[in-house]
Ligand binder design. Sequence first.
Ligand SMILES: [Zn+2]
Ligand SMILES: [Zn+2]
Length: 361
Amino acid sequence: MTSRTGIIWLVVLALLSAGAAAIFWFRADIATNILRRAAGAGVGAALKAELPEGLHAVFCGTGSPLPDRSRAGPCFAVIAGERVFVFDAGEGAAETLALMGVNAGDIERVFLTHLHSDHFDGLAPLALQHWAGAASTTPLDVAGPIGTSRVAAGLNEAYTIDSGYRMAHHGPEIVPASGFGMAATEFAIPEGANDLVVYDANGVRIIAFPVDHAPVDNAFGYRIEYAGRSIVVSGDTSRADSVAQAARGADLLVHEAISTELNAIMQDAANSNDRRNVGTIFHDILDYHTSPEDAGAVATEAGAGALALTHLLPPTPIPGLDQVFVRAARTTYAGPVWAMRDGDVISLPRDGGLVRSHHMR
Ligand SMILES: [Zn+2]
Ligand SMILES: [Zn+2]
């Protein structure tokens, strides 16, 4: 290296160091300026405006009750044209919906699949966003199995003190008293019937059907139809014929999944570390969830167009672990299969086809 080249390198290095030092020194100002530009887009963001006309599967919580910072508790939403419906709201659901650009004030109704607490422990924060974030004048509409009214009443009661503070602080225009909390309706599938239409308006039809999640009473899956497209969501269930029946010819089957292979590793780890209690739970949950192989078999039986696996058990903190689910499902289903992540959207445009996208701000 000539001395001239050496000097040039020294100057370049000095300039780079000075630049890095300046970025470090002014980082608070730089970040504030980025926020100034991004905030408008973030606050005003609306996922539905970014999607083509049609029916959309929105994955707002692909986790389970087990701890996982990358996945919210069970939450699935459907955008049908202008309408937004949410199916379950586990912990972190309200946050994830907001990060995806779904305004809680736009939610027409929340349907619960069953009353395991991890499927509704994000409901109260969602009702708070629906009210305080959107100045809603009516409570969040929540429909579900027998017991839903009791759950909603309990959550409303728990949030009543807080609501008083907010109304006193922001005033009735920002937080109208009539919009606080949630209003519940309950339904049951009549004896001898296979299913029940629980919503039929504005071109959207939603049908509840029973699944098998014993000892949980009244566990449902849902079929959603709009613009000639259809999505079936299994809810929590062991392998059930009712899911295959409801998903007949559906464009997309959204099915829960428990990997028996990964669950066995977790069970052994719990038992050998003297966590028998946890080990027993890992054993017990196998009989009321569905393996990815069985979810694939259900999709094949139904002739579903694609299979989206969610409610992944156990959690998948290591990159590649989600592919264990996909690999297993592919042994029984030849169509497209994905292990879903929070922020994913599967669109079924009115004109046909299927488009996948990711929306996490
Ligand atoms: Zn569950
Ligand atoms: Zn459950």
